[in-house]
Design a protein. Structure first.
Length: 245
C-alpha cells in the first residue's frame, strides 16, 4: 500500500510545488494515479506566501486530487486568531502569542495584505484579518482533520501521547506534542508519520518517521513515499531509502 507525504510547508509555495513535482514523477514511474498525498500540517507562518499555499491546496482538492491535509499547530493558531485576536492556544507558552516574531503570524497576515503588526491594536488587526482572509480559507482551516490512518501508518502533525488509544488522543497533543513522544522507543501499533519537530533530514526511527526538515527556517521541504513501513525520500535523482535508525 503506497502513500505519499509532505512535511511542514510554512508558507513556502515554491517548495510545495517542487514537492508535488517529485511526487508526480514518482507516480508516473510507478503507474500510480490513486495513492493519496498526505500533508502533515503547518501550512502557514514564517514563509512568504501562506495565502498562496492555501489557494494551491484548495484548488487541488477542488480538482479531485487524492490529497489529505492535516491540521498543524500553526494552522490552529491562525484559525484561533481569526476567531478571536486575543485567543491563546492551549499548547503555546504563556509568554508568546501567534503574532510573536518567533511564530511567523506576521508573515501570514502580510500574505493577505494585512500589515501593521506591532503598530495596531489587536482588535483592529483581527478585524482587518477577518476582512482579508477569504471565507473559504477560514472554513478550510476549521474543518482540517488531525489524523489519517492508512495501512501500517498513522499520519499526524506532531505525534501521539504514547499508550493512549487514538480515539482518546487530544487534539492539542496531536498538533503540539514533543516529549514524551519523541523519546519513546515503543512500537505504537502503527508507524507514526509526523512533522512539527525539525530534523536535518527525514528520519525513520522504526516506530515513527519524522518528515519535517525545516522548510520554515529556510531548509528543504521533504516529500516521501511510504510502502508498508518502508519509506523513501523523493529526490530529483529518484527514491532514496530511509533506513531505520
Amino acid at each position: 500500500m503506497r502513500t505519499y507525504a509532505i512535511g511542514d510547508i510554512h508558507g513556502y509555495l515554491d517548495k510545495l510545488e517542487s514537492a508535488h513535482r517529485l511526487i508526480s514523477r514518482d507516480r508516473a514511474e510507478h503507474d500510480d494515479t490513486l495513492s493519496p498525498v498526505v500533508h502533515v500540517g503547518d501550512m502557514v507562518d514564517r514563509g512568504p506566501d501562506s495565502r498562496g499555499v492555501l489557494d494551491f491546496l484548495l484548488a487541488g482538492l477542488d480538482r479531485g486530487e487524492p490529497w489529505v491535509i492535516l491540521k498543524g499547530n500553526h494552522d490552529r493558531m491562525f484559525a484561533g486568531f481569526l476567531d478571536d485576536p486575543d485567543h491563546h492556544d492551549a499548547g503555546l507558552r504563556a509568554d508568546l502569542n501567534w503574532i510573536h516574531p518567533r511564530l511567523g503570524g506576521e508573515q501570514t497576515l502580510a500574505s493577505y495584505g494585512v500589515t501593521g503588526v506591532g503598530e495596531r491594536f489587536l482588535s483592529d488587526l483581527g478585524a482587518a484579518a477577518r476582512r482579508a482572509v477569504p471565507a473559504a480559507h477560514r472554513d478550510f482551516l476549521a474543518a482540517l482533520p488531525t489524523s489519517f490512518a492508512r495501512g501500517e501508518a498513522l499520519f499526524v502533525h506532531a505525534g501521539i501521547r504514547p499508550g493512549v488509544p487514538l480515539a482518546r488522543q487530544t487534539e492539542t497533543d496531536l498538533v503540539w506534542i514533543r516529549s514524551p513522544f519523541l523519546e519513546d522507543p515503543r512500537d505504537h501499533g502503527a508507524l507514526v508519520v509526523h512533522g512539527h519537530t525539525p530534523v536535518d533530514v527525514a528520519t525513520h526511527y522504526g516506530n515513527r518517521l519524522n518528515i519535517d526538515t525545516g522548510a520554515g527556517y529556510g531548509n528543504a521541504l521533504s516529500a516521501i513515499v511510504l510502502e508498508g513501513r518502508d519509506a523513501f525520500l523523493l529526490t530529483p535523482q529518484g527514491r532514496v531509502p530511509l533506513r531505520h535508525e
